[in-house]
Design a protein around this ligand. Structure first.
Ligand code: MG
Length: 367
């Protein structure tokens, strides 16, 4: 089988809550997402999606996805989309780095592989564990009491894992963690995600001040070394996210005992092929995972569902249902949250059919 054409579509994804705010005053009101369609000479088309969390979160931006695919696309015409290891080697040889650019292409090729073999992607990624898996809910950064008031609302939707966006003023962040912790019930889990926002002295103040609270601390500072310093000075369970962008960083973090949990984002690592490699390594090393992406709509959410559903449950710390945060549905067949949980489609491939009328005309068309 050969790739004959690669198209990119842009779709805007507004948020139900109007905006999403995190550390350092960063916020997004409408996400700019790219849907990738890959046609083959067998008449099978696969779909992928890449959606950066704005241009100021990871080294990724929405126009960069499309520019990168315009650059990479001609190298992939004629390649076999089902030979995913080989295809990734071809992408890495043609374009150095830019993992996020490759993510939607790789995702679309997994969709093709599933359709051709008649298997859902989660089966191809290792197998389906149980009926469904649990999700977390991010609580956008607001004043402490406003964030605390969200807990009951989200618990009513079935969520039991709450990820607070902190990484602001340390005194206010301590108040945020305390206010939300006061709302928790037995079985709930709380994660304070600073998204690189604290300097080390800020982070030290916060972790000392909330020492009596059962809370995970996620990516307190910008660099790996700063996070490692905080890790060595606190006894909370510790999550690394933004700095975990490669196999090398997982091995380094494991060697230093720098974290208990890692956050693997599909586009941060460069697609499902490389995230599967990272996921499987974490299972071998005993590291639990949050499995998600930087952001996305129905297609990214479907890919997360296949990745999460094919992960041994004790290793799946949590996963994300981005398609329930946004007001626009871009595909039929996408997984939907039910009582705080989600399941991967049992249809071949990712199990999604894009709503082409939502996507408009192709901005990039390589054939
Ligand atoms: Mg995070």
């Amino acid at each position: 089988m050969k790739i004959t054409r690669i198209r990119c579509y842009r779709v805007d994804l507004p948020l139900h809550e109007g905006s999403y705010k995190w550390s350092g005053g960063k916020s997004v009101t409408t996400f700019d997402s790219t849907v990738v369609a890959i046609d083959t000479d067998a008449g099978v088309t696969g779909f992928g999606e890449v959606c950066p969390l704005g241009p100021f979160y990871l080294p990724a931006y929405a126009n960069g996805v499309r520019a990168g695919i315009a650059e990479l696309g001609p190298h992939l015409i004629g390649e076999d989309p089902c030979q995913l290891g080989k295809l990734n080697r071809t992408m890495d040889a043609a374009l150095k780095g830019h993992a996020y650019v490759k993510s939607g292409i790789d995702m679309a090729c997994w969709d093709i592989l599933g359709k051709v073999t008649g298997q859902p992607v989660c089966t191809l990624l290792g197998g389906r564990y149980g009926d469904n898996f649990h999700l977390y809910r991010a609580i956008s950064q607001e004043a402490p009491e406003a964030m605390a008031s969200r807990v009951g609302e989200y618990r009513a939707q079935g969520y039991r894992r709450f990820q607070l966006k902190v990484g602001g003023d340390p005194g206010e962040d301590i108040a945020r963690i305390r206010a939300v912790a006061a709302k928790l019930q037995t079985g709930d889990r709380l994660i304070a995600d600073a998204n690189t926002g604290w300097l080390m002295h800020d982070a030290m103040r916060v972790v000392r001040a909330v020492r009596d609270i059962d809370v995970y601390i996620e990516q307190p500072c910008l660099s790996y070394e700063e996070c490692l310093s905080i890790r060595r000075h606190c006894d909370h369970p510790f999550v690394l996210d933004e700095v975990i962008d490669s196999i090398d960083m997982i091995l380094r973090g494991h060697s230093d005992r720098a974290m208990d949990v890692v956050n693997l984002k599909i586009s941060k690592l460069g697609g499902l092929t490389k995230t599967k490699q990272a996921r499987d390594l974490c299972v071998s090393l005993g590291i639990a995972m949050t499995l998600e992406d930087s952001w996305g709509g129905d297609i990214v959410t479907a890919a997360i569902a296949h990745l999460a559903h094919s992960t041994p449950p004790e290793f799946l710390f949590t996963a994300t249902d981005f398609n329930s945060y946004v007001t626009v549905s871009i595909a039929d067949g996408a997984p939907r949250r039910v009582n705080g949980r989600m399941a991967a489609s049992k249809e071949p491939g990712l199990g999604v059919t894009p709503r082409m009328n939502e996507l408009g005309r192709a901005l990039i068309d390589v054939a």
